[in-house]
Design a protein around this ligand. Sequence first.
Ligand code: RI2
Length: 330
Amino acid sequence: MFPTETAEKIKGMEIRGAGRIARAAAEALKHQARDSPAQLTAAFTAEMERAASLLVATRPTAVSLPNAVHMVMAGIHRAKTVEEAREGIVQRADAFIQSSQHAVEKIAEFGARHIRDGDTILTHCNSEVALACIIEAHRSGKEIEVFATEVRPINQGLITIRTLNDAGIRTNFIVDSAVRSFINDVDIVIVGADAVTVNGAVVNKIGTSQVAHSAHEARVNVLVAAETYKFAPRTILGELIPIEERASGEVLSDEVLRTMPHVTVRNPAFDVTPAEFIDLIVTEHGAIPPQMAYVIIREYLGWDITEFDDVTGRTAGFNGEDAVNIDKFF
Ligand code: RI2
């Protein structure tokens, strides 16, 4: 799929999930590069930068998106020919997609170890990597039960309960506001992330902070499953993660809203959970306390304050060399 179509599907949430949108963007840039008719490096680079910016602009919160686009685009300015630039993008897109899928597998393995036989787990929203931990625990023979939330307004929880049901996992489906009523029946909370900031705060689906707050009050551990490319280097510079506010129509139909001129719908898609409500962040390089988020950014995102490559205007702030070295990136 090319960037224009991929961008539309990401924006409309037909393609969703921080990991999936990152892989979809990498795939779209690969297609653009492979099919570009450009004969001059300047024209090719401009075409790819337009595609990169289009993709990055689709959803402002999930840092996985600009991180992935930046890694795929890194080094394009150093290519001496169009073919060299084209091949570099295709190779880095393939490498990102492969590394991203491998990261989910590693986190599933590490995260499942924090789930004990007999545990009851609560998860919020539909996180591929959080579910991978839960399903791996079940696959390894642990007797587990899950509470899954509905996740208003667009009910990603329905995807979660279908996935857990198909895996044969006993699941309780609850409305978001029922979390505190059941939290004392829960042994561990496992959620995903759209961004992890340098101080260990986690940006995730709206409602996550309330889940984590209830868990903290009930002394229930909160585990966040997050690949390294969801960590946000630019927060080291004090940049804030923009919280996407989506259309009011997702919450209340325009027809009904029109009848209440004094009412405004607020529909933030994400919220921020402070590090104090998080016990562990499990990455593909192992588990860390949230306070070690800076180490992940330094060690695995090759981040260096001296150089920012503003290919997309919202890049992850990698230095040129390291961002090209995929191993370093991951
Ligand atoms: P994975 C999703 O956002 C949810 O917030 C989920 O927890 C997070 O991305 C991470 O998803 P949305 O795309 O990468 O539903 O773990 O708005 O699948």
